[in-house]
Design a binder for this molecule. Structure first.
Ligand code: NAG
Ligand code: NAG
Length: 351
């Protein structure tokens, strides 16, 4: 190993220990998580849906094994929870019994989207609208705990983590055999309709006391192995049409961030993630860690790959923990302004 490489390793080590140094209070008093399978930590376990994964090999690298997380270890939301200094993971709404809900709740649901019908060909899910309703319920419980004088001040300081929209494409727009949206809207019209509907949910959260919003842009959906295998064409690596659709959504979400930051000056909205650059997954079989069924999820009890960190995807849809770690660290501390607009989470939480 040459000297320069060693130096870089030292720098990386110092950098990551600085981030993970957990002393005293978390950087925000509470964290509420809205989203889909990228953030779900067990909310779908008791739903009659195919979109649930509370079985091995999911959770193989998670303390306690399978929980309903759609990956081998922690989700990006979990890792951000730790970076922010919370002593425990944020509990799923489906199981807040005995949990300290004043610190936050995770409402995310696999297959869910901004639109109510999204993902429902797999069974019921908890759409963004329902997640907001669940938050209304939690806010009234927290009001009983803290009292109506203190509750707003508390809720204003929380971080609201919102990562949703992928399924409005993967499990709606690009499945015309199940959903009419593709025939009804062009990709541009659809992105506009999604962001418009999303804006009503975000306004509702604002009405419930939310002030610090971290919204996530969509990743390159057309480079997800399941999409390449079901919609891919020979001559292109990823599904261009799907990447373009995600890009349109991200542009409109960014415009919404600008609009809300003007219209709601008591609040701050940021957009993170959504890198439009696609990663190279030419070798799909090597990219995926576990053996998947036709639904793209790991086959129960099949042995997964041994070195999970070398595979970007755990199943045919969901990233491995090592990728989730990069996502969370980049959202928290973005090394380039294009990755977090107009600021990253480390700055948002200090406001
Ligand atoms: C979606 O579901 C929510 C929650 O049940 C409901 O309030 C809302 O009216 C529905 N939206 C549409 C467009 O159907
Ligand atoms: C893809 O490649 C295979 C084998 O080279 C060929 O038979 C098939 O027609 C091609 N499909 C498309 C959509 O180009």
């Amino acid at each position: 190993m040459d000297c320069e490489t060693k130096l870089w390793l030292v720098v990386i080590f110092l950098f990551s220990s600085a981030i993970y140094c957990v002393v005293g209070e978390p950087q925000v008093p509470c964290l509420f998580i809205f989203g889909d399978s990228l953030s779900d930590s067990g909310n779908n376990n008791n739903l009659n849906t195919d979109a649930k994964v509370n079985y091995r090999p999911y959770g193989i690298d998670f303390p306690g094994g399978p929980t309903g997380r759609f990956t081998n270890g922690r989700t990006s939301a979990d890792i951000l929870t730790q970076i922010l200094g919370f002593p425990n993971f944020i509990p799923p709404y489906a199981n807040t019994e005995g949990a300290d809900i004043v610190l936050g709740v995770n409402y995310a649901s696999g297959a869910a989207g901004i639109r109510n019908e999204t993902g429902t060909h797999l069974g019921p899910d908890i759409s963004m609208g329902l997640q907001v309703q669940h938050h209304t319920d939690i806010v009234s419980q927290i009001t009983k705990i803290l009292g109506s004088e203190k509750v707003q001040e508390h809720l204003n300081k929380c971080l609201y983590y919102v990562n949703i929209g992928s399924n409005d494409y993967l499990n709606n727009y690009f499945l015309p055999q199940f959903y009419p949206s593709n025939g009804k809207y062009t990709a541009d019209q659809y992105a506009a309709a999604l962001v418009k509907e999303h804006s009503t949910y975000l306004k509702a959260l604002h009405g419930l006391g939310a002030r610090k919003f971290s919204l996530f842009g969509l990743g390159p959906l057309g480079c997800i192995p399941h999409e390449i295998s079901t919609h891919g064409k020979n001559n292109s690596l990823c599904v261009k049409e799907e990447n373009n659709a995600a890009k349109l959504f991200n542009e409109k979400l960014k415009a919404l961030v600008d609009r809300f930051n003007k219209e709601l000056p008591d609040s701050k909205f940021i957009i993170v993630g959504g890198a439009t650059k696609s990663h190279d997954v030419k070798l799909i079989d090597i990219a995926i860690c576990c053996k998947v069924g036709s639904n793209g999820q790991c086959i129960p009890d099949e042995k997964p790959c041994r070195v999970r960190d070398l595979h970007p995807f755990f199943d045919a849809f969901h990233p491995t923990e090592v990728v989730n770690k990069l996502t969370a660290e980049t959202a928290y501390h973005a090394l380039s302004p294009s990755l977090a607009y107009p600021m990253d989470i480390s700055h948002l939480v200090k406001l």
